[in-house]
Design a protein around this ligand. Structure first.
Ligand code: DX5
Ligand code: ZN
Length: 218
């Protein structure tokens, strides 16, 4: 079963609580929360205070994606704010294995994200510490970019490794997923799909989410 995680930064940033409520009513599977620090990526979004303020709005899984230079400094704050899953980047300054272990100890599901130009082999040593790998199919920083097709090769390669080693690990894909390409992305082996513009720019979120699920072939 595929899951759709709409990214609220592509919605009305002045009305985030309303957006989360609408997504809950539209049967989103998770809420994707893109946290950017203006250092790791050239954009700034929001911090743990906003996540905490949104937490009472719904019971959906909060899928927090930290695009931070030194994420380990903030993982506790985002866990305490109510994140259920937290991913951070292997390209960040934080120690990868230790940060994944800390996330596990904090009671959140640990995820490791990698940028389009980062080879898959860099994340291989850490697979056992993570619950999911977030494969970026755009350069992080902004919603509304075009999916980089070459990054899909990493998804199929990763799926192969997961199967052959019988790992308990899911693949989330993030960036440029839409109705026209979700089938191809699902065929590569992704299970969880972040969707910024594909959902948040639609008039009817429920229609957009169910259309993405249908098109994924699941
Ligand atoms: C990019 C973010 C993505 C983005 C997704 O830095 O991590 O989650 O908001 O938006 P779309 O689906 O429009 O690429
Ligand atoms: Zn994201």
């Amino acid at each position: 079963m595929v899951r759709i995680a709409p990214s609220i930064i592509a919605g009305d940033m002045g009305m985030l609580a309303r957006e989360v409520k609408r997504l809950d009513q539209a049967d989103a599977d998770m809420i994707h929360l893109d946290v950017m620090d203006g250092h790791f990526v050239p954009n700034i979004t929001f911090g743990p205070g906003v996540v905490k303020a949104l937490r009472p709005v719904c019971d959906l899984c909060f899928d927090t994606h930290l695009m931070l230079e030194d994420p380990v400094r903030y993982v506790r704050a985002f866990a305490d704010a109510g994140s259920n899953r937290i991913s951070f980047h292997i390209e960040s300054q934080s120690p990868t294995a230790d940060t994944l272990k800390i996330l596990r100890r904090l009671g959140v599901s640990p995820g490791l994200a990698l940028n389009p130009e980062t080879p898959l082999k860099q994340v291989i040593p850490f697979l056992e510490y993570a619950d999911f790998i977030l494969v970026m199919t755009v350069h992080p920083g902004f919603y509304g970019q075009k999916l980089i097709v070459e990054a899909l090769d990493k998804i199929s390669e990763l799926r192969h490794i997961i199967r052959s080693r019988n790992l308990d690990l899911t693949i989330e894909v993030d960036g440029g997923v839409n109705l026209a390409n979700i089938r191809q992305v699902a065929a590569a082996g992704a299970m969880d799909f972040v969707a910024g513009s594909a959902v948040m720019k639609a008039d009817d979120y429920a229609v957009a989410i169910s259309a993405l699920k249908f098109e994924s072939g699941a």
